[in-house]
Design a protein around this ligand. Structure first.
Ligand SMILES: Nc1ncnc2c1ncn2[C@@H]1O[C@H](COP(=O)(O)OP(=O)(O)OP(=O)(O)O)[C@@H](O)[C@H]1O
Ligand SMILES: CC(C)(CO)[C@@H](O)C(=O)[O-]
Ligand code: BAL
Length: 286
């Protein structure tokens, strides 16, 4: 058994139209491939809620602010298709760059507000690239539901905002971050870690969970964040790019724990940039 692979918008639209004739509810799971258990958890969630599930695989050049990062991005389509088949995903949509951005392509979708700060501040143009390709994937698939991981928490907000603002009739469903047994959030970029860096990497999540516990128990933001940053650097990370508490509902900066929050971080381990985030809840609301 293998997953059918389609590479053009026309073929994709024809397939979805045939499903629609039978009244199918269609879901899309956008990815850049190099599939791991995090991606597969999204596919499983989609299969529970939809009759037909499209997984998209497109390494989107427009969202890479760093050409070396794009060049090094893992590309494993054959293995990805083999992982999807046993799950029962119905289609792998894997267009090439020319299909997604034909000559003359001139449109950018830019989401203000939630794209600013955090990753947006450190990866110029990244969220414009994400918003543009996600809008295209939503319109190309015409899906009813779209599944995204909380690991990319800011991206989730960007995608929700764009669907609302552009009146795209699609429901965005967030799925929890899948972690390794030692706490490291699964990410396609983890394969770039050396064996020694891989040993250090879980300190990021560990420090975030500890700080979230302290914040929930009433610790001062400045003290809990300073301690977390110190622990991340002491573990061998080269640099903490950001470490911030934001409102879970709208990503607004917070100085008091007066509503559900997330603690979000990006940090460099050698040549690899890792991101992660955890929930923060006042102990009384836990
Ligand atoms: N550990 C995870 N748990 C849950 N969802 C995840 C996880 N990792 C990625 N995802 C989700 O999978 C979708 C596709 O992400 P993507 O293909 O960029 O993978 P990735 O592992 O995040 O790669 P990278 O961060 O290295 O680009 C996104 O919605 C993303 O949030
Ligand atoms: C949503 C996405 C597939 C758009 O290229 C990408 O940003 C990702 O993999 O998270
Ligand atoms: N997982 C988000 C895609 C990116 O880092 O470009």
């Amino acid at each position: 058994m293998s997953v059918p692979i389609l590479r053009t918008v026309a073929a994709l639209r024809a397939r979805v139209a045939s499903w629609r004739q039978g009244g199918a509810r269609v879901a899309v799971v956008p990815t850049m491939g190099a599939l791991h258990e995090g991606h597969l958890s999204l596919v499983r969630a989609a299969l529970e809620q939809a009759d037909r599930v499209i997984v998209t695989l497109f390494v989107n050049p427009r969202q890479f602010n760093n050409p070396a990062d794009l060049a090094a991005y893992p590309r494993t389509e054959r293995e990805d298709a083999a992982k999807l088949a046993p799950l029962g995903a119905h289609l792998l949509y894997a267009p090439d760059v020319g299909e997604m951005y034909p000559p003359g392509f001139a449109t950018t979708v830019s989401v203000a507000g939630v794209s600013e700060g955090l990753c947006g501040a450190h990866r110029p143009g990244h969220f414009d690239g994400v918003a543009t390709v996600v809008a295209k994937l939503f319109l190309q698939t015409g899906a009813d539901l779209a599944f995204f991981g909380e690991k990319d928490f800011q991206q989730l907000h960007v995608v929700r905002r764009l669907a609302r603002d552009l009146d795209i009739p699609i429901e965005i469903i967030a799925c929890p971050t899948v972690r390794e047994a030692d706490g490291l959030a699964l990410s396609s970029r983890n394969v770039r870690l050396t064996a020694q860096e891989r040993q250090m990497a879980p300190k990021l999540a560990e420090s975030l969970f500890r700080a979230a516990g302290q914040l929930g128990a009433g610790a001062a933001f400045s003290q809990a964040l300073a301690e977390a940053e110190e622990a991340i650097l002491a573990a061998g990370f080269a640099r903490v790019e950001y470490l911030e508490v934001r409102s879970e509902a709208d990503l607004a900066p917070m100085e008091r724990l007066d509503r559900p929050a997330r603690l979000l971080a990006a940090a460099w381990l050698g040549e690899t940039r890792l991101i992660d985030n955890v929930r923060v809840r006042p102990a009384s609301a836990a």
